[in-house]
Design a protein around this ligand. Sequence first.
Ligand code: FAD
Length: 378
Amino acid sequence: MDLTYTPEEEEFRVRLREWLAKALPELPARPDPLDWPARRAYDLGWQRRLYDAGYGSLHWDASPTQRLIFLEETELAGAPYVGANFVGLLHAGPTIAAEGTDEQRARWLPPILRGEAVWCQGFSEPDAGSDLAALRTRAVRDGDDYVITGQKTWTSHAEIADWCELLVRTDPEAPRHRGISWLAMPMDAPGITVRPLRTLAGPAEFAEVFLDEVRVPVANRVGAEHDGWRVTMVTLSFERGTAFVGEVVACRRTLGGLARTARVNGRWDDPVLRRRLGRLNAEFTALWRLIQWNVGAAGAAGGTPGAGGSVFKLRYSQARQELYDAAAEVLGTAGALDADQEWTAARLSSLSYTIAAGTSQIQRDIIAERLLDLPKGR
Ligand SMILES: Cc1cc2nc3c(=O)[nH]c(=O)nc-3n(C[C@H](O)[C@H](O)[C@H](O)COP(=O)(O)OP(=O)(O)OC[C@H]3O[C@@H](n4cnc5c(N)ncnc54)[C@H](O)[C@@H]3O)c2cc1C
């Protein structure tokens, strides 16, 4: 696969770089990380600016290479990350674009792109995380509505979300993978209770969501009734395959900064640490190449990243943890416990990456079964 960019693509990069140089200095100050409504407003405001400048739909509505250039340049320029728009832009939106009807695309995609709607993901349940097909939240058909009762957990951004990509069991008699449906649920529907969960890293990023006879129109179902598992595989392949792509660029920036700090504070004299930073640099460079390959292959195969994303997710989430371990060593105890706690928070939250979007063990199972064609272990 040819990974070099065409002159047109390089021209796109230059134009974007120029636009970012003008737009970023005009941005308001970043909000307090504990203030979720302010973070919502900030992230939606940035998305609106991207939309107005014609860059709003690059996450799913552009050539794979343009998308990579966009992610690379916005990160290199230090632009805000997707933040509260994570689910909408990086996996609910792409799923609706790939699997929704024309009417559904027209209804839900423009508000995501214009920075008017935040989405969350209601997949995990107390007894259905890695074994997602064990989910028990029930949806019973009543006329033109589903009536939904159950509980979701670990729902990131539930407190500030307008919509939820929700998995429900529509046929309790069918084999586990066959009786599930994928719905778009408005978060202001009566019967929804959101209880924030605090984490090791501090701010209440996610929540438990209780559903008590919540009515959702049948028209909000994406894909056929009981065919939600197939739609879910599309969502997860975006979530694992492309959603963390921009963060790799951020990690490379962080690593560069650490190497500079090590030179200044004397840690660079330690050959073991130097080798560790060098290995991480090689690792993130290789991950970026893997992304280029995966995204290119997905483009050629009609847009869905497939199980190849699991290879990236497995290695990226581990490399990110190793990066923040190395950071603690470069900065030492005093530096790692900096006054604004930024490094501490980043290190603590890096621990969650080998769990969120499917644990490393589950990614290994997927790679073994779907890519290496090894026999099922269970
Ligand atoms: C920061 C963060 C944000 C998240 N946001 C969301 C969200 O917005 N929406 C959402 O729906 N979910 C979200 N999740 C949930 C996440 O998808 C689940 O935590 C994850 O899928 C693991 O499920 P579990 O926590 O139930 O662990 P379990 O499934 O109980 O697993 C516990 C341990 O057993 C291992 N294990 C389980 N089964 C196997 C097996 N067959 N083979 C080998 N090992 C196995 C797992 O790897 C893990 O180490 C989030 C999680 C995190 C950490």
